[in-house]
Design a binder for this molecule. Structure first.
Ligand code: NI
Length: 138
């Protein structure tokens, strides 16, 4: 952790009370950690919007018995191989698979990859978790 600064903020009481109730539930160790996390969340979101390098993970659940679906998922991933750091395939049961695709790169490209994967017919669920590469977040 770098140098710590103290600052005072003014917010509406209702907003403060709601935030305090979340802190008390144990979501954060204390108010400072809660505010720090919110600021980091905002910085990560800003990285996505400003076109810098970002990282993330795409999770996909599908049935491997659907051959056309598997073919399409693979060809899409090869198309965006520059943005894919790694993939992990987990056999959830006899027919269901979970694939985790770890991505890095320009947010517009990551978004395109995600939307192309999402457009694959018969996927059961797909989600994109976006994060930072860490280089711009203290
Ligand atoms: Ni599988």
């Amino acid at each position: 952790m770098g140098k710590v600064v103290r600052f005072a903020v003014s917010v509406e009481k209702e907003l403060f009370d709601k935030f305090e109730s979340i802190i008390k539930k144990g979501s954060f160790a204390n108010r400072s950690q809660g505010i720090s996390n919110l600021i980091k969340e905002y910085l990560v979101q800003n990285e996505w919007l400003s076109g810098r390098q970002v990282a993330g993970a795409i999770t996909i659940v599908y049935e491997h018995t659907k051959r056309e679906l598997v073919k399409k998922l693979l060809s899409t991933q090869h198309k965006y191989h520059h943005n894919i750091i790694s993939t992990q395939h987990i056999h959830l049961d006899h027919s269901n698979c979970l694939e985790v695709v770890v991505v890095k790169g320009n947010p517009a490209n990551i978004e395109k990859l995600f939307l192309e994967l999402k457009s694959t017919k018969h996927i059961k669920h797909i989600a994109l978790a976006v994060t930072t590469t860490g280089s711009k977040i203290p």
